[in-house]
Design a protein around this ligand. Structure first.
Ligand SMILES: C[S@@+](CC[C@H](N)C(=O)[O-])C[C@H]1O[C@@H](n2cnc3c(N)ncnc32)[C@H](O)[C@@H]1O
Length: 232
């Protein structure tokens, strides 16, 4: 993939437990137990405001309430619950952690608009299985590419990230989408320019969501980036 414009080498990220399935299985084990005890759905990654801005973007830009929408690495499924409340009827949430999928199913409480499935988004056969014939109109990602970008190269540990996983992810998104389908991603690891470069050749920028900015040493930045990319 062309990434000549990417301003940062992913080798500058240090691998982390956030890139490991065992970590997420433990997190969702805990959150599932907590849900059964208290009814709390668990963590909303990047907070409610960011989640609602993604939902608003979909409501403003996707007029067909029957559009096929996939949330990759859905965690507790809160984004899809909001979209179901907004009238969308064909929603799929996937995560490689079975515990996350069990939590999401419990939180959704049997909504007919949403189905949840275990899926490893870096496994091409699994991606094709979930996409089915035709693929999705919209793919959503809130924090999942960030987690994948921190996957250790070496299962035994060490700071090197798994470059193959970082490179495979855009291919999985493209394989999940229909022609001209849209990918809406929120990231705190990658800037807008970096995301556009990472997905170039397969996607073109189709919009952005504004988040509050901060100023540091005269430079203005955002703590999270949300952009829409259209499959080309
Ligand atoms: C930072 S959390 C975000 C969860 C959710 N999207 C949210 O906004 O609350 C990253 C999620 O990606 C999932 N994940 C990481 N690698 C994955 C992979 N290869 N395939 C599917 N899900 C993955 C994790 O299990 C976790 O639920």
């Amino acid at each position: 993939m062309e990434d000549a414009h990417c301003t940062r080498d992913p080798a500058s990220f240090a691998a982390s437990q956030l890139g490991c399935k065992e970590h997420w299985d433990k997190v969702y084990d805990r959150e599932l137990a907590n849900f059964h005890e208290s009814g709390e759905a668990g963590e909303v990654w990047f907070g409610e405001d960011v989640a609602l801005k993604m939902v608003d973007w979909v409501c403003d830009n996707v007029s067909d309430k029957g559009a096929r929408i996939l949330d990759v690495g859905c965690g507790n499924g809160h984004l899809l619950a909001e979209l179901a409340d907004s009238g969308f009827t064909d929603l799929t949430g996937t995560d490689y952690s079975p515990q996350a999928i069990e939590l999401a199913r419990n939180v959704a409480g049997g909504s007919h608009a949403i189905r949840f499935e275990v899926q490893d988004f870096l496994d091409a056969a699994d991606v094709a299985r979930i996409a089915g014939d035709g693929g999705f109109d919209v793919v959503l990602d809130k924090g999942t590419y960030d987690a994948i970008s921190l996957k250790p190269q070496d299962a035994a540990g060490g700071p090197a990230v798994d470059q193959a996983a970082i490179d495979a992810y855009p291919q999985s998104v493209a394989a999940s989408l229909k022609d001209s389908g849209v990918f809406l991603i929120t990231s705190c690891n990658w800037t807008e320019d970096e995301l556009t470069a990472r997905f170039s050749g397969l996607f073109a920028c189709a919009g952005r969501v504004r988040h509050p900015t901060f100023r540091f040493g005269g430079a203005v930045g955002q703590t999270v980036t949300t952009i829409a990319l259209k499959k080309i």
